[in-house]
Ligand binder design. Structure first.
Ligand SMILES: Cc1cc2nc3c(=O)[nH]c(=O)nc-3n(C[C@H](O)[C@H](O)[C@H](O)COP(=O)(O)O)c2cc1C
Length: 226
């Protein structure tokens, strides 16, 4: 049975959208994984505030063919990876608004025990690379999801003093003050690594659930000498 991984993201200027495609690439690299990349809907107030900006309009046009995420996509997924550019060190209102529509899913425990991860984008290196992911995790824990980060062992390139995005909490890129910086290869690599790690963890959790639903005990670990 396929493992379903959903990448649900919001992006004003396209940086998070680019990272989403790399996360998807990583998830697809795990055999037996079905991947959906979907947009979190724009808010009318934000569209009004930003529609005078050429870069915003171009990025929105470029994403127009990406379908908007629904609750059924959340139900379909065994693992959900969220893309959220920072707003004052926190998730954007678009993502919060979408999460705030999931009360019925929460009440029924429908997202419990699904793997999750977060990737982000900031303007600057201290603008919220880490806080956006850490604070973004809070509602996901209420929903009962199991958080997957991007540890140093698999991502030695984030153990650096260079000005790149990404941390053990999750992938990140930087847009720069004027939005002109684009994701670089090490940031995209961390994004791919999150995609493949969430796909792997989702598959394991799914098989564990299937075993338990059939009333069997999961295999006991075997130790040397047994
Ligand atoms: C209202 C607002 C608040 C923002 N706050 C921050 C911030 O606290 N720190 C930061 O580095 N960038 C901040 N930014 C910049 C965005 O994070 C940046 O435009 C975004 O990461 C680009 O990603 P995107 O192309 O996917 O939209 C802010 C942008 C807006 C519109």
């Amino acid at each position: 049975m396929a493992t379903n991984v959903l990448i649900a993201y919001y992006s004003s200027y396209g940086h998070t959208a680019t990272m989403a495609q790399s996360v998807a690439e990583g998830a697809r690299s795990e055999s037996g994984t079905e991947v959906r990349v979907m947009r979190i809907p724009e808010l009318e107030e934000a569209r009004r505030a930003m529609s005078g900006q050429e870069w915003y309009n171009k990025a929105q046009e470029a994403q127009a063919s990406i379908p908007e995420v629904t609750h059924d996509d959340l139900r379909w997924a065994d693992g959900i990876i969220w893309g959220m550019p920072t707003r004052y060190g926190n998730m954007p209102a678009q993502v919060k608004q979408f999460l705030d529509t999931t009360g019925a899913l929460w009440a029924n425990g429908e997202l419990e025990d699904k793997a999750t991860g977060i990737f982000t984008s900031t303007a600057t290196i201290h603008g919220g690379q880490e806080t956006t992911i850490i604070t973004g995790l809070v509602p996901l824990l209420h929903l009962g999801m199991i958080f997957v980060g991007t540890p140093y062992g698999q991502n030695p390139h984030i153990l650096t003093t260079d000005g790149i995005g990404g941390s053990p909490y999750g992938p990140g890129t930087m847009a720069g003050g004027d939005g002109s910086r684009q994701p670089e290869e090490r940031e995209l690599l961390t994004a791919r690594n999150l995609g493949s790690r969430v796909a792997k963890v989702s598959a394991r959790l799914k098989s564990l659930r299937a075993t338990q639903e059939h009333g069997q005990q999961p295999d006991a670990p075997q130790y040397e000498g047994q």
